[in-house]
Design a binder for this molecule. Structure first.
Ligand code: SAM
Length: 250
């Protein structure tokens, strides 16, 4: 909540097209419940440095407004969303900062993009974040980009930090759920190191095999601390699986 001339969180609602048609209450409620899921496994202190990759208009920043004295950085490839977050959230809460990068994503960056995600160096110092959030991003990244983002995340994560990533994990159970027609996505097409739902627009929905995730994380010194199954496995919804990775797991 805010004080003085700062706008209240409830007044900081992005335009309809930037919130996937969610009504304002649902928009804030889903953000709260996503962050609550993370906090079941990660202690987030009030002076934490948080990075939200693929932050869109800053949906996941809202639960931290009024309680985070540290910093919240987000970046995305959609300029209008970043502009909105900067002109509204940052303007009222300057420790929340949003940056636009013109990175290619054939499905989501319709303007084309000038930077290859697989070559993109995150403009943040080594070991600078306590928590890095990827909510519904690796489900839209091709393997070469996902590998680069894992490497960069490991580099900029503090030794004590946590990395949260949601996936549609491909494993024996999901294979069986798909075979029984229980899921919204089928991921019937193997494209290189991932499976995709629609080969015409691969980044629309991407699934990685469980072994691929473990191996690629380990190559970057990241260990699985928690794995939580999402509801997409046996319901026709988007409830993604998620992992919490750490550099050291006790
Ligand atoms: C499904 S939305 C999720 C948005 C936000 N994380 C949330 O949970 O509300 C996926 C986001 O990823 C962004 N995105 C796609 N490819 C990206 C990339 N290579 N780097 C950074 N962001 C990317 C999109 O622009 C989009 O805002």
């Amino acid at each position: 909540m805010s004080t003085g001339n700062m706008k209240l969180v409830e007044d900081l609602i992005p335009p309809l097209e930037m919130r996937s048609n969610k009504d304002p209450k649902t928009y804030f409620d889903t953000a709260r419940s996503n962050i609550t899921q993370i906090e079941k496994y990660v202690e987030i202190s009030e002076d934490a440095a948080i990075l939200d990759v693929g932050c869109a208009a800053g949906r996941l920043a809202f639960p931290f407004i009024g309680r985070l004295k540290g910093t919240y950085d987000g970046f995305d490839i959609r300029k209008e969303q970043i502009d909105w977050a900067t002109n509204n959230i940052t303007k009222n809460y300057p420790n929340f900062r949003f940056t636009y990068f013109d990175i290619k994503n054939e499905w989501m960056n319709r303007s084309g993009g000038t930077v290859e995600g697989s070559q993109f160096s995150f403009p943040y110092a080594d070991g600078s974040f306590d928590l890095i959030i990827y909510h519904s991003i690796f489900t839209h990244l091709m393997p070469d980009v996902a590998k680069q983002y894992l490497a960069e995340s490991s580099r900029i994560l503090k030794d004590t930090g946590s990395l949260y990533i949601t996936f549609y994990v491909w494993d024996r159970e999901t294979e069986s759920c798909v075979a029984h027609n229980e899921t919204q996505w089928q991921f019937a097409h193997q494209v290189g190191e991932c499976r995709v739902h629609d080969p015409e627009r691969p980044e629309y929905a991407v699934s990685f095999h469980r072994d691929w995730i473990y191996e690629e994380a380990l190559k970057n010194g990241l260990h699985v601390k928690n794995f939580i199954q999402g509801s997409w496995r046996n319901a026709r919804n988007h409830g993604q699986d998620y992992y919490i990775f750490r550099k050291h797991v006790s």
